[in-house]
Design a protein around this ligand. Structure first.
Ligand code: F6P
Length: 359
């Protein structure tokens, strides 16, 4: 068997651990593995294919990023292609991709990615490619799996950052607003805000009212706590308002969202008169080593993907369904977002310990 591995979309801590587990589990069965560089670019462009033998994956479990490279501009169904007049257009190159996959003698594809990449994996499977998906995203918004790898590492980074904001906020009697990743779901913001004792947390799932946010800060002020920490998911939006876009999608790109933290900070300063600072934690949440939890989850996912291939189970995604790793049909996963449920115990816990959602 010749197994191709691809990493697509934004990177997440644990990608290399998945690659290592796939390669080693395949090697045990006498199979060979190959890495498609930069999403699917290695089969459609100039990026090439890497031979992934046991030496190629030695010592990479703890390394962040992906040794294969990745891109969020690499959808083979909407491949950015230069036109004769110099303009760029999205062209469906999926048939070329399937042909290149077959010409390379590959028997199966392990596609490691988030919602976008898993949709591509599903559509390639429909076109006849034997595919197993592995769910990756720091945002934890893929349905069908309790968690994705990368999430725990991102929450750990965010929690440590909020811990550090406490001391400087308290020293200066300031409000500190920190914007965290989470386009469509507030998992990172919620879990880190609760773990690091933030005072307000704003999620995409709960549109906020700036008056209520300021009420929470004034209440703290009135009870002798002259500083506050406000955690904002990048996809949070005011009641009746829109998600904040930094850049609108053009050919081959995805919308970039962000900037809500700065807006919230300006509104707090204006309404409360409190000195307020904001920061965006950004890609720090995607960088660095995976936590122990993410390493183990990623290794389990990679090994489970190879077991699925051994059983010729394709068109599926490996999933964390404690206590085991199982497979779920990609068709049940794509086009859906795993939001934080409004009745989640963590939301209730936050409310019980006095954290405001600005609602
Ligand atoms: O999907 C993961 C994610 O981290 C989002 O939370 C964020 O909006 C996006 O990636 C940022 O991606 P980029 O690397 O294109 O800035």
């Amino acid at each position: 068997m010749r197994i191709a591995i691809s990493t697509g979309g934004g990177d997440a801590p644990g990608l290399n651990a998945v690659i290592r587990a796939v390669v080693l589990a395949a090697h045990q069965r006498g199979w060979q593995c190959y890495g498609i560089r930069r999403g699917f670019g290695g089969l459609l462009g100039n990026d090439g294919i890497m031979t992934l033998n046991t030496a190629a994956v030695r010592g990479i479990t703890h390394l962040g990023g992906t040794i294969l490279g990745t891109t969020n501009r690499g959808n083979p169904f909407r491949w950015p292609t230069a036109q004769p007049d110099g303009s760029m257009q999205e062209v469906d190159r999926s048939a070329d991709l399937v042909a290149a996959f077959r010409a390379s003698g590959f028997d199966a594809l392990v596609s490691i990615g988030g919602d976008g990449s898993l949709k591509i994996a599903h559509d390639l499977w429909i076109q006849g490619m034997p595919v197993v998906g592995v769910p990756k995203t720091i945002d934890n918004d893929v349905v069908g799996t309790l968690v994705t790898f990368g999430f725990d590492s991102a929450v750990t980074t965010a929690t440590e950052a909020i811990d550090k904001l406490h001391t400087t906020a308290e020293s200066h009697d300031r409000v500190m607003v920190v914007e965290l990743m989470g386009r469509d779901a507030g998992w990172i913001a919620l879990n880190s805000a609760v773990s690091a004792s933030a005072d307000v947390v704003l999620l995409p799932e709960i549109p906020f009212d700036i008056v209520k946010v300021c009420d929470a800060i004034r209440h703290r002020e009135a009870t002798g706590r002259h500083y506050s920490i406000v955690v904002v998911a990048e996809g949070a939006r005011p009641r009746g308002g829109e998600t904040q876009l930094v850049e609108r999608r053009t050919v081959g790109t995805v919308d970039r969202i962000g900037g809500i933290g700065g807006r919230v900070a300006a509104a707090i300063a204006e309404r409360t008169g409190k000195e307020t600072r904001s920061l965006v934690l950004g890609h720090l949440q995607r960088g660095g080593s995976p936590t122990t939890f993410d390493r183990l989850l990623a290794l389990r996912f990679g090994a489970a993907a190879v077991r699925a291939i051994a059983e010729a189970t394709y068109g599926v995604m490996v999933a964390y369904t404690p206590p085991t790793i199982s497979t779920v049909p990609l068709a049940d996963v794509i086009g859906r977002t795993k939001h934080v449920p409004l009745d989640s115990d963590t939301i209730q816990t936050a409310r019980d310990i006095g954290i405001s959602f600005g609602d």
